[in-house]
Ligand binder design. Sequence first.
Ligand code: ADP
Ligand code: MG
Length: 548
Amino acid sequence: APAAVELPFQAEVQQVLALVINSLYTNQEVFLRELISNASDALDKARFLALTRSDAAEQQGEPGITITLDDTARTLTIEDNGVGMTRDEVVQNLGTIAKSGTLEFLKANAEASKKKDDGSKLQLIGQFGVGFYAAFMVASRVDVHTRSMLPGAEPVLWRSAGAGTFSLAAGDREHPGTRIVLHLKEEAKEYTKAWRVKEIIRKYSDFVHFPIKLNDELANRSTALWTLPKSQVTEEQHAELFHHVTSGYLGEKPLHHVHIAVDAPVQFYALLYIPEKAPPDMFQKDRQGIRLYAKRVLIMEDCDKLAPLYLRFLRGVVDSEDLSLNVSREILQESRTLSQIEQQITRQVLRALKDLAESDPEKYQAFWKEFGKVLKEGVSLDWKNKDQIAELCRFETLKGEAGKLTSLRQYVDAMPEDQKEIYYITGLGRAAVERSPHLEAFRKRGYDVLFMTEPVDEWLVKSLDEFDKRRLKSVTHGDVDLGESTEEKKTDEAAVDAAIKAVKEALGDRVKEVRASRRLTDSASCLVSAEGDPGANFERILKMMDQA
Ligand code: ADP
Ligand code: MG
């Protein structure tokens, strides 16, 4: 065989290599994700080539990826029977970087990554055409044995220690495909352990759609449920995926799922689960549970850009093809892509909840009991979808017995003809608000009153001025107008004036105003808030927050 030739890496590759090895990835184990992704790409390309070129060499065996570990030799070998590379392609793909803009981006990010180590941005770097070099984080030498499917292609052996040069020699592969041997560094010998390698495959590459065999056993699941037609996914499969994405901490099966497939403007799949029980950390707002995949490969475990805060009870998977393509150019485009995905998810989840409320009120009630508090935040956080979220809200009311929930729509539909506004009362719990003297007149008139008994309700009513063109009014506010009622007409004006005067003198400037009201029937007096004042309960909550 002809002697190997020694070639220098393109200058930029040397810089990228240094960046990759030293600072690009916070998580060394992603080297395997990168190599598996490349193998999967090669298998995809082979499939395509077999269909489009009759002169392509034939693939040997079933398409797949094989990983073998050797403890003694301290090697990890990954092999695919995909498209392979010609000699020129090897030089081109493993020795040069085509886009110089990529390097600048890498530099910018490597700088940023030194400052904060959350790693969220860097996880995406594998999409930038540098994934292969991740092998040098764990290997002191890498051998690539490859042979292209293209007619007349000779086998090639590429070899490098990742320091400045690589060598090229004739290889000995008989069939198309690529075998990459990593000679692991001493400190990376954990990657010869099957349990460790399996763990990594499970984490990042479980849904790569070619079989990955580890020491002759199947190590991945292959079927990305979210890419299947909705009707084909069984309840058992949902339960299994739910279990997988929640690590088994949130019960055996989900309460409900939302399966989304969108092609434009951004292609993505989403399979999102609503757990039966709220996770214990649901009120920690930084904890989100949606995984981001790019073409079936895990990119980020808890991505907080895929759904708004008030939908943080969702657990599951988002997978987009457009992500990687855009990411390879500009980070700005990428965040636009994510926000488009977020908007779609928001819309579709809200619609799914509406459907659920209509088709299965009992299940919806179970959902509401666990997650209503969180969803309600949306009324103040998302003015664009405020009305839809308001439709989804449920409250106890004056007329309904404890535990019976009413929607705003039901409230409005049941309003007597002479009632013009929607009335609510805020307070800490049903027992507390039920006793309020403010309710007397409403009881008497047969008007229902919404009980807003959770702290979040204070924010809700601040953001929701009206529903179905009817104003929301607190029963404690000064200008609630219940009109005249015959019985009350025969009050003695002079006696009332005298009483008001006496009370004013007694209370002094502790109150803004004392006035006669028609809202009470049994009680002698009550406190009301002036229009625009926060209201007594809200004042209490603000005080509590101040003390915290
Ligand atoms: P990216 O995958 O983002 O293009 P990589 O650095 O991971 O960047 O890989 C560089 C290129 O090397 C790939 O685009 C591909 O052309 C080639 N390559 C890598 N691994 C393989 C493989 N197993 N089979 C065929 N070609 C490969
Ligand atoms: Mg790659």
